[in-house]
Design a protein around this ligand. Structure first.
Ligand SMILES: O=C(O)C(=O)C[C@]1(C(=O)O)C=C[C@@H](O)C=C1
Length: 373
């Protein structure tokens, strides 16, 4: 299920508040990811209704940690998380990313099986011609369903709909309503509550994990329906800057005296370790910035700062800055840590950003849990 080794959350010594916020309800993928990072029984995992609420609880100190989905290998960035990291209303000044986790995501179509008395036909529903199937399901494990003709609506999180688009296009009868809800496990709850228990001809289904299906006592209508069998979601662990319980593991104080070093245990068993001389590849960092909108080459100038310091970029995103229409806030993730920076490359790029960007912000440094692929 999980594709990363179980990292131990750092900064645990002396911690008294042992709560961790995640997007619930229980049995969501966020819950699974949270259990990877915080496996010990001492952690009390607190489900929230929205991703924003995870940010709120970490910022307010109600929870020392929060876990949020950041990006999916098939469907891309989780915009709800990026929106909050953008922090355009200035609500999350103290939030930083301190770790990451990868989860292999296998979606199930869950509902009530159609009893034989209702079944109009035992053959599979008609399929569109092959050439009309774009983004064709590459997942060899996907088992075509037998009869889904009773399904009228499907609940799920927008990301899960995006990750199963080819399957839905191919196997779902026309006219089925897709209803976006706050999480996949919430979708499973709603499908279970909708059903009359008989699997009648006006049934609801959900796209969620097998775990959520079991918890909600739903039948498996189709398994592993993700469009790609390498479907993976990367999660960020959030914490508040300056937590007294923080611990540094090498590296200087930086200008944020009191910041915590949250980059894992350094036990040397992570993938990708040991093959980068200066160690920057073992870590990642995230910054956001804006550039002077009207100056030609302004974005290229900022990116050039990273090239100049030989810092490899691992992701880039943008959102409307809301400063003015069609101006953007950029996010760049790169290999390197502000806390383990023996050659001063990361510190150096921060000085460069100070000169070149309009405004910028460091959003965290953490241990790379996957290494280069
Ligand atoms: O809905 C869930 O179960 C979540 O945890 C959210 C989420 C996401 O936002 O990407 C997490 C993993 C999957 O990619 C699908 C949904």
């Amino acid at each position: 299920m999980a594709s990363s080794s179980a990292p131990k959350a750092s900064g645990e010594e002396g911690i008294t508040n042992t709560t961790v916020a995640f997007l619930g309800p229980f049995h969501s993928y966020s819950h699974q990811a949270t259990k990877i990072v915080f496996p010990d029984a001492k952690w009390q995992l607190q489900p929230t209704v929205t991703i924003k609420e995870v940010f709120d609880r970490v910022q307010s100190g109600a929870c020392p940690y929060g876990v949020v989905p950041f990006e999916n290998s098939t469907h891309g960035t989780v915009t709800f998380t990026l929106d909050n990291l953008a922090d355009r209303a200035g609500e999350y000044a103290d939030i930083v990313v301190c770790d990451e986790a990868y989860l292999d995501v296998h979606h199930f179509l869950l509902g009530k099986r159609l009893p034989p008395s209702y079944s109009s036909s035992s053959s599979p529903p008609p399929q569109p011609p092959q050439q009309n199937v774009q983004n064709q399901n590459q997942n060899q494990n996907a088992v075509p369903p037998t009869d889904l003709s009773h399904i009228r609506r499907i609940y799920s999180h927008p990301q899960a709909f995006g990750q199963t688009a080819a399957f839905l296009r191919r196997y779902l009868p026309a006219g089925v309503e897709t209803i976006e809800v706050s999480s996949t496990s919430r979708g499973a709850e709603l499908a279970a509550a909708d059903g009359d228990g008989t699997g009648g001809a006006n049934a609801s289904a959900a796209i969620a994990s097998e775990w959520a299906g079991r918890a909600c006592k739903l039948d498996v209508l189709a398994r592993c329906i993700e469009d790609r069998d390498d479907n993976t979601t990367r999660f960020f662990v959030l914490r508040r800057r300056g937590g007294r319980e923080g611990r540094r593991e090498g590296g200087g104080e930086g200008e944020e005296g009191g910041d915590v070093e949250d980059v894992g245990e350094g036990d040397g068993d992570e993938e990708g370790e040991g093959d980068d001389v200066y160690g920057g590849q073992q870590y990642k960092s995230l910054v956001s910035f804006t550039v002077p909108h009207r100056r030609a080459g302004a974005l290229a100038d900022v990116l050039d700062c990273f090239r100049g310091r030989a810092l490899n970029l691992t992701s880039i995103n943008s959102l409307p800055s809301l400063d003015a229409p069609f101006q953007y806030l950029f996010f760049v993730e790169f290999e390197g840590s502000r806390f383990d920076d023996p050659e001063g490359r990361v510190g150096g790029v921060f000085e460069d950003l100070e000169r070149v960007a309009q405004r910028w912000r460091w959003l965290g440094s953490w241990r790379n849990r996957r290494g280069r692929r």
